[in-house]
Design a protein around this ligand. Structure first.
Ligand SMILES: [Zn+2]
Ligand SMILES: [Zn+2]
Length: 284
């Protein structure tokens, strides 16, 4: 809900014309409650949960020698029904964990001061904030994930996510409902420490989802622009964690590689990566 009745009132308050994006935001959000705007996040998550894995589903259905060059575990195949079954189970967790978490977390959003008002943040502010959220989430996720690999946490919660020894895009959010809540808290930590605009919050949740799907895609493309991000783990990094399975004591971080390097939990992976790269050279 905006504190201005009209566009003109907002322009007088700021002493300037509103930008195109600000005018759009004003027209869209002026009559909507903050709670309603916050709930958009649930819809975005549902849309992106559904759409982002689809290119990988198509690739999986069109498997050929050319596509297999990029498949991290080429011996593994998934039928359309396998993938739809995963999606169905993800939706179930979405309804029993993600939706309630979204609904009850609104007071926290209000308390930490995520704003819906004008002016809108600049592009660079959004970028810097989302980057900071990634760093915070990655560090928290590293330790929470490592904790989930302790005997009790693994047997009772985390083993569900590890049912996939060769992950697929739809398996990114596939986890026990308790894990969805535990790791969901890590995603809230960045906005909690550096609250921004609701648009930044929406974008953060969407970009985080994109990253998780890419990481679980099962495909590694040597020409991916993501390779230029310093310390970015990507699909090959997390795929190894799934490949080793429950006994894995390696590659716990969700986004970057440096936590595993600093805490010495990437040794097995370093060796396997070399083996994988030699195999790929032979294929090429
Ligand atoms: Zn794990
Ligand atoms: Zn995973």
């Amino acid at each position: 809900m905006l504190p201005f009745e009209t566009l003109q009132e907002a322009e007088v308050a700021f002493g300037r014309n509103l930008t195109f994006a600000e005018t759009l935001w004003f027209n869209y959000s002026a009559q909507k409650s903050d709670y309603f705007l916050y709930c958009h996040n649930t819809i975005f998550l549902f849309i992106f949960y559904t759409l982002l894995p689809l290119p990988y589903v198509i690739m999986e259905l069109m498997r050929s020698q050319r596509i297999d060059k990029f498949k991290i575990q080429p011996k593994m195949t998934n039928t359309l029904w396998d993938m739809l079954d995963c999606y169905k189970r993800v939706l179930k967790t979405f309804v029993i964990a993600v939706v309630p978490l979204q609904i009850i977390s609104f007071p926290v959003i209000q308390m930490i001061g995520i704003r819906t008002s004008l002016p809108l943040p600049s592009g660079s502010e959004i970028f810097m904030q989302i980057f900071a959220y990634f760093v915070v989430e990655d560090y928290a996720n590293y330790w929470l994930h490592r904790l989930l690999h302790q005997k009790w946490g693994y047997e009772n919660i985390h083993r569900v996510h590890h049912e996939y020894t060769a992950p697929i895009g739809f398996a990114a959010p596939y986890a026990h409902w308790a894990e969805v809540i535990i790791l969901g808290l890590a995603s809230f930590l960045g906005p909690l420490l550096a609250p921004g605009h609701m648009i930044t919050f929406w974008l953060w949740m969407i970009v985080r989802q994109m990253e998780a799907v890419e990481t679980h895609s099962g495909y590694d493309f040597p020409w991916s622009p993501l390779k230029y991000i310093p310390f970015y783990g990507g699909a090959i990094f997390h795929d190894y964690h799934h490949y080793v399975g429950g006994k894995s004591q390696s590659n716990f971080a969700s986004v970057f590689t440096y936590c595993d390097y600093i805490y010495g939990t990437n040794k097995g992976y370093r060796y396997q990566k070399e083996v994988f790269e030699k195999k790929r050279e032979k294929l090429n």
